[in-house]
Design a protein around this ligand. Structure first.
Ligand SMILES: Cc1cc2nc3c(=O)[nH]c(=O)nc-3n(C[C@H](O)[C@H](O)[C@H](O)COP(=O)(O)OP(=O)(O)OC[C@H]3O[C@@H](n4cnc5c(N)ncnc54)[C@H](O)[C@@H]3O)c2cc1C
Length: 440
């Protein structure tokens, strides 16, 4: 076995100390390991376990919660060099990959066989499959095709003490034993290190229709997305953008989205012409403008605007990206209350939402300076979490808990569930070396 590459260069450490949350850990990690195989990951963990050294698994570091930050004394386990697509088996509808594969690369490789890797976080061109699995990432298409968990059939995971365990299976069905695969999905690097994944691929659908429906206000746009569900229409994606977000995108990209209305609902349908016609009717009821396209490049431009929303908002100031989900039927109520929270605390909030599954991203723009988050922004964030729980929702729909939401997680889970989860952590990682202090 070749030796694992290590670095203690300050520039290499600094490049892996932070994620995209803005959370600053205390100090600098001790070293970065760049394994190229499961065996090398095992060796790193065996030594770390013996020495009780904290290990922070890392894919691309795009987490928005502090989950992949690494402070003083930690080893960063950078998995980006384990980036091979090992197998792509069209007949089985399955791919076997290493954790450092970039999500969009897998989707492109599947497309060459008429297949798709469905989960598509807006970060799909920069984030890794391992990171997506560890955060159970959502995305635009999950309104119809599910989140990352729905595409993971089996995992190879190195445990804290260096043992390798394979979970799940390579078949599309299978129910033997407890579902450890699902337990590892979304565990934010705290239960084990994913070194291989067997993933489900789906047929590439027939050409789709994409609608851009503009509305006079966000409440109407949210209500239209709920009306789609009531009319038994299953969009691939239903993305909602408010006025402030449209302004930010227009300013960043030179587009004119805001001209057509104060809120935009992007909806994509792949269920054939009848479903598309019904969607047009439902969306058109209250729209100030309704456009549709089946042209690939026009569709790509519309979706690029949505995927570029976060970078556009980042130009306005420091974003506090919240990530709540509410029952879909309460989406319109949630957007109304978020607007009220923004007014009450006098902070700008840009709201975008994966409306098809009730997942809202109210993004609080917390000034331009680094340092402590202004009190008004923190209070607004607390009110948003409170709102999510009050409406029967959750404090994180897809980004995870990381460092930022641990207190709220305890509240959402309640003492019994929280205690069970702590016991699971102790079972898998008795010395507490895996991404300590995160997620729970
Ligand atoms: C512009 C932008 C848009 C985004 N859009 C979305 C979106 O639409 N939906 C969404 O869900 N998220 C989104 N995110 C958040 C982020 O991209 C996701 O959470 C993504 O899954 C993180 O992947 P990563 O490779 O960057 O992981 P990292 O940030 O490196 O790690 C994330 C977590 O996973 C753990 N981890 C990483 N690799 C492994 C592994 N192999 N084994 C075990 N644990 C591991 C880390 O320890 C950490 O806890 C977005 C972020 C940005 C910057």
């Amino acid at each position: 076995m070749t030796a694992t590459e290590w670095s203690t260069e300050p520039s290499v450490l600094d490049a892996r100390r932070l994620d995209r949350s803005g959370v600053e850990p205390a100090g600098r990690p001790a070293a970065v390991a760049f394994p190229r195989s499961a065996e090398q990951v095992r060796e790193v963990l065996r030594d770390a376990y013996a020495g009780r050294t904290p290990v922070v698994p890392r894919g691309a570091g795009t987490a928005l919660t502090g989950a992949s930050t690494a402070g003083a004394g930690a080893i960063v386990l950078d998995l980006s060099r384990m980036n091979r697509i090992r197998e792509l088996r069209p007949d089985d509808g399955v791919a076997v990959v290493e954790p450092g594969v970039i999500t969009a690369d897998l989707d492109r490789a599947a497309a060459a066989h008429g297949l798709r890797y469905a989960p598509d976080p807006a970060s799909l061109e920069i984030s890794t499959i391992g990171g997506n699995i560890a955060t159970n990432a959502g995305g635009l298409r999950c309104a119809k095709y599910g989140v990352t968990r729905d595409s993971v059939l089996g995992l190879d995971v190195v445990l804290a003490d260096g043992r390798l365990v394979s979970t799940g299976r390579a078949t599309l069905k299978g129910v033997a034993g407890y579902d450890l695969t699902s337990l590892f999905v979304g565990s934010e690097g705290t239960l084990g290190v994913v070194v291989g994944a067997t993933l489900r691929l789906r047929p590439l659908p027939e050409p789709t229709v994409t609608f851009a429906a503009s509305y006079g206000d966000l409440f109407d746009a949210a209500a239209a997305s709920v009306a789609l569900a009531t009319a038994r229409i299953q969009p691939v994606l239903a993305e909602l953008l408010d006025e402030a977000t449209l302004d930010a995108i227009d300013a960043a990209d030179g587009t004119h989205l805001r001209k057509a209305g104060s809120a935009l609902l992007l909806v994509q349908i792949d269920g054939g012409p009848q479903e598309a016609a019904r969607a047009a009717e439902v969306l058109g009821r209250a729209a100030s403008d309704l456009r549709s396209t089946s042209d690939r490049s026009e569709t790509a431009v519309l979706l690029a605007a949505r995927r570029g929303a976060l970078p556009a908002i980042e130009r306005l100031g420091r974003p506090l990206i919240e990530d709540i989900a509410v029952p879909r039927s309460r989406l319109a109520e949630a957007v109304r209350e978020i607007a009220e929270i923004a007014r009450r605390h006098d902070v700008p909030i840009c709201t975008l939402a994966h409306a098809g599954d009730g997942n809202l991203h109210p993004i609080i723009v917390a000034g331009r300076s680094a340092g402590p988050i202004p009190a008004a922004a923190s209070l607004a964030a607390d009110d948003i979490f409170e709102l999510a729980l009050r409406l029967g929702g959750t404090v994180t729909g897809e980004h995870g808990v990381g460092l930022l939401k641990r207190a709220w997680l305890a509240r959402e889970l309640g003492p019994v569930s929280h205690d069970l989860q702590r016991q699971l952590k102790a079972l898998f990682d008795p010395r507490g070396i895996l991404n300590p202090g995160k997620a729970l």
